[in-house]
Design a protein around this ligand. Structure first.
Ligand SMILES: [Zn+2]
Length: 287
């Protein structure tokens, strides 16, 4: 890596790292004090002239080096690359990283949330927060997510829990208390809610997509079948193949209700909770 240094006028205020191990300057004599490690990482993935400044090029890699693909990176490394791309305002790299971060959302939502919060990318903030809406504070803030978001997270999390669990509990209770339902119906209502509340809550860090996908329906149906042998509506394999009812109507009704709750959570955005929190903590004369 070679750097030519013209007479420096000033150091760029955002790119002035005390422990910088590489310095380069722009055509208007602004110094950038950067980390070689980040440049190399970026250069491996996005080789090219993105660091050229008026004829001065910082060469980031040997030409023979094989180019790494973003898809091949581990998620933590990807987050580091995305961070470096933001730091050095490499727009092509930033876009590519954002797309890749979006793809790893269901697996590593907290890494994505931390990055999105730091660089204010609302689309990724909301999508990753939604993935983690069942996570408690300990799990969300164990990683890179900054502690300043604890309060809005607590409020968002509580709101999602209320929609997903408390409303469902009320709905099931209404089934239990209505006189038109017999004991079989009540058993169906309880077991249908059981899978969701017990099973999902007992998973350490369930992601939101796990309750939206087809597995959710199949698992809940199996649970219903196992725990409610008295259910008169449990379909046989033949009935299903003949296009008959998939399951009992109470199970279906509760499942349908749940899907409504899931849509409601989908409609919430963590950014609005952050906004609310900011307004509240602002001094009065800011209004
Ligand atoms: Zn049933």
């Amino acid at each position: 890596m070679s750097v030519n240094q013209p007479q420096p006028q000033r150091v760029h205020e955002e790119f002035d790292f005390n422990d910088a191990d590489v310095v380069f300057s722009s055509s208007d004599n602004v110094l950038f004090r950067l980390h070689r490690k980040n440049l190399e990482l970026l250069g491996e993935i996005f080789p090219g002239g993105e660091f050229s400044a008026d004829g001065e090029v910082v060469h980031l890699q040997e030409p023979s080096k094989r180019r790494k693909r973003l898809d091949d990176l581990g998620h933590v490394t990807l987050a580091d690359v995305a961070e470096a791309a933001e730091k050095y305002r490499m727009y092509t790299a930033m876009d590519a990283c954002e797309m890749r971060l979006e793809a790893i959302l269901p697996v590593s939502p907290s890494l994505v949330l931390a990055h999105a919060l730091k660089h204010n990318i609302p689309k990724l903030i909301n999508a990753s927060a939604r993935q983690m809406c069942l996570w408690n504070v300990q799990n969300v803030f164990r990683g890179r997510v900054p502690n300043e978001y604890v309060v809005p997270w607590g409020e968002y999390h509580t709101c999602c829990q209320e929609i997903l669990f408390d409303k469902l509990t009320n709905f099931v209770e209404s089934h239990l208390n209505a006189s038109k339902y017999d004991e079989n119906d009540q058993a169906c209502a309880i077991t249908s809610a059981y899978w969701f509340t017990k099973k999902l809550r007992s998973r350490p860090t369930p992601v939101f997509t796990s309750i939206q996908d087809r597995l959710f329906w199949n698992e809940s149906l199996r649970e219903h079948t196992e725990l409610t042998p008295t259910c008169p509506y449990i379909p046989t394999a033949e009935a299903v193949s003949e296009g008959g009812p998939e399951t009992c109507w109470i199970h279906y009704e509760i499942f349908d209700f749940l899907m409504g709750c899931i849509r409601e959570v989908n409609g919430l955005s963590f950014t609005s909770f952050i906004e609310q929190d900011r307004k509240r903590t602002m001094p009065m004369d800011w209004y």
